[in-house]
Design a protein around this ligand. Sequence first.
Ligand SMILES: [Zn+2]
Length: 117
Amino acid sequence: MGDADERDDGHTPGERRRIGNDRLAEQAVGLRFQVDVRVPFWCECDDQDCGVVVPLTLPDYRDLCATGDALLAPDHLRARADGARQTARSLRESARALRNEAAQARRASRRRRNVGG
Ligand SMILES: [Zn+2]
């Protein structure tokens, strides 16, 4: 107990800090933090020993989570997984673009029928 090796849980140090930051955000919501109050989130870089605090408001943190990016102090880096995440994001974007095109084509053909009818 106490000195279990936390490196062996399948998460990078940055991913673990994101989990902690998510909890922090939940607590801040529970405590009714004002939207302009900065919460002391952890830098989510992949340096095991990084203890840098990055103050961020809850709305800013949510925006960041929505983009899928890591919360990083200046000059800190996410070493791993960024390439894979970027690929996943561009795949999602092209899937969305295809769906939009299909929806537009459906609307266009409906319009044509309405005009002709
Ligand atoms: Zn860091």
